[in-house]
Design a protein around this ligand. Structure first.
Ligand SMILES: [Fe+2]
Length: 146
């Protein structure tokens, strides 16, 4: 169980930093796709924010302690923050495809570990997340096709 809780806290850290990154892009997006991408990024960070709460409360339900400070999240995360400067949609989409792929790998490895330890609530929680990120990665890649 300790390993699962540790990995869930790393995942929670990645989600929190990704939330900040998505909103940073929402503020700094420029160019002809502004209206579409600006709105899409808000939809994405709202969903990530819900997952932050879901994962943190799942950690509590398992008897663990969710990390709760930005300092801890930055120490734990694999997500690289966005710079505070104007960005175009091409850079944003490529960057968030990478980040969703990182989060997808997190979720898959947590599911595998949970299955080996018979922790089926965690495994089931990861199913919806894996499905969500897989679909998002596909859609984001489609949007970059010529
Ligand atoms: Fe806004």
């Amino acid at each position: 169980m300790e390993n699962i809780l540790k990995d869930l806290n790393t995942f929670l850290s990645d989600l929190n930093v990704f939330y900040r990154k998505l909103q940073n892009y929402h503020w700094n997006i420029k160019g002809k796709d502004f209206f579409v991408i600006h709105a899409k990024l808000e939809e994405y960070y709202d969903e990530i924010n819900e997952q932050v709460d879901e994962v943190a409360e799942h950690i509590l339900a398992l008897g663990g302690e969710p990390l709760g400070t930005l300092r801890e999240y930055l120490n734990e995360t694999k997500i690289i923050e966005a710079e505070n400067k104007k960005v175009d949609s091409c850079l944003v989409i490529n960057e968030i495809i990478k980040d969703y792929s990182t989060l997808l790998q997190d979720a898959i490895s947590i599911k595998k570990l949970a299955e080996t330890e018979g922790e089926y609530k965690t495994s089931a929680l990861m199913d919806t997340i894996i499905e969500d990120y897989t679909k998002k990665i596909w859609m984001l890649k489609q949007s970059m096709e010529k």
